[in-house]
Design a protein around this ligand. Structure first.
Ligand code: NAP
Ligand code: G4F
Length: 343
């Protein structure tokens, strides 16, 4: 089996590559050119598979439709996972046009290309719980209404709808995975869970003094990314292309996450966390809680890590990272930063 992944250098792309390679897939991935290396999450896979050709990377960009189409035509993959995005909701308010272009052009380009291929290629679209908007405290499933609150959310609604339209109009095997927040040690460092786990590790090691956050009342259904990757793949192996929700069914506030993370190192979060307007958004998704009964019953999918387990995995990882930073600091190889990240 051959898979093509956009967004292979991101959190989900890295775990998905590892997962598919373990299932003996040939994995092809799109990497965008940047002035510094952006393959840190998959470097271990690159070194392992340079000689056997099981992992092949190409410079491309979701905005370069002709390059994406050429790649699909040349590779002739069996499955395409469209994970590439400007995936930070707060940044989508600062870069709304780019976020929208990436979120919409990528999906339609791939779907158009697949439509014209003789081969039946399966397509996975990375839809998001952000599409629901989260204004009321309802349990959200595949039939819940979308009411996005950000340019990011709106672009995801377009990609979701166009996937459904190609499925119904042209019989394309287009799958929408409506994934609720999923986290891990590979999570980008400006998303709130990782920002907290990273700070806890650094505060425990004595190389950070405080943590500045935004809205502590926001509530999210947080799961473990590796569980969600398996769910993506299961959706693509099902007999029919459909929409699927993946979620834990438990929601916690940002405050709960901070409290649990600091508790892990026997510290009181209130002694370290301050809030700043800087991290509040022009519009907020207040509450997300998912109902993944369909995936649990039909795909036999279920999350293996609960909230406490997730916090433990992330904090333990970041304690070890901070210990390395502490050693480098002690040897004067890096200079202290009292808060991290700066963005
Ligand atoms: P991520 O870590 O931010 O990764 C995003 C990926 O998209 C990276 O590989 C990034 O490349 C790539 N990308 C950005 N701009 C691009 C461009 N112009 N052309 C090609 N690739 C580009 O996101 P993630 O957490 O893995 O999420 C994967 C997908 O699932 C995203 O579409 C996200 O919106 C969606 N999603 C995520 C969650 C979640 O909780 N994680 C939930 C629902 C949906 P660089 O490495 O070079 O930046
Ligand atoms: O970690 P976040 O930035 O994730 P958000 O906005 O829920 O988006 C993530 O999940 C979506 C699925 O629902 C994905 F589609 C999307 O790509 C991304 O992966 O923020 C979570 C909550 C927000 O309510 C935010 O306002 O945490 C709040 N928050 C409070 N302080 C903060 C901070 N968020 C960030 N990033 N940084 C803060 O300092």
């Amino acid at each position: 089996m051959k898979a093509l992944i956009t967004g292979i250098t991101g959190q989900d792309g890295a775990y998905l590559s590892e997962f598919l390679l373990s299932k003996n897939y040939e994995v092809h991935g799109i990497v965008r050119r940047s002035s510094s290396f952006n393959t840190g999450r998959i470097d271990h896979l690159i070194s392992k598979h340079t000689s056997d050709g099981k992992l092949q990377l190409y410079y491309s960009d979701l905005l370069d439709s002709s390059s994406i189409t050429n790649l699909i035509n040349n590779i002739q993959p069996d499955e395409i996972y469209n994970l590439g995005a400007q995936s930070h909701v707060a940044v989508s308010f600062q870069n709304p046009i780019l976020t929208t272009q990436l979120g919409t052009l990528g999906s339609i380009t791939i779907l158009e290309t697949i439509k014209h291929l003789d081969k039946k290629v399966k397509f996975y679209q990375a839809s998001s719980s952000e599409m629901f908007g989260g204004t009321s405290k309802e349990l959200l499933d595949e039939n819940s209404l979308f009411d996005p609150k950000s340019p990011y959310g709106a672009s995801k609604v377009f990609a979701h709808d166009i996937t459904k339209i190609y499925r119904e109009s042209y019989n394309v095997f287009g799958v929408n995975g409506i994934l609720f927040n999923h986290e891990s040690p590979l999570r980008g460092e400006t998303f709130v869970t990782r920002k907290i786990s990273k700070a806890v590790g650094r505060i425990a090691a004595g190389i950070q003094s405080k943590l500045t956050l935004g809205n502590l009342d926001a509530s999210r259904d947080w799961g473990y990314a590796k569980d969600y990757i398996e769910g993506m793949w299961l959706m693509m192996q099902y007999d029919y292309p459909e929409d699927w929700v993946l979620a834990t069914g438990v929601t916690k506030t940002v405050r709960d996450f901070a409290e649990e993370a600091f508790k892990y190192v026997n510290l009181n979060w209130e002694d370290y966390v301050i809030t700043s307007e800087k991290y509040f958004r022009p519009n907020e998704v207040d509450y997300l809680l998912g109902d993944s009964s369909k995936a649990r019953e039909v795909l036999n999918w279920k999350p293996s890590v609960d909230f406490k387990g997730l916090v433990k995995i992330m904090v333990e990882h970041d304690i070890n990272e901070a210990k390395k930073d502490f050693t480098l600091l002690k040897d004067n190889l890096i200079s202290p930063t009292w808060e991290y990240p700066k963005l």
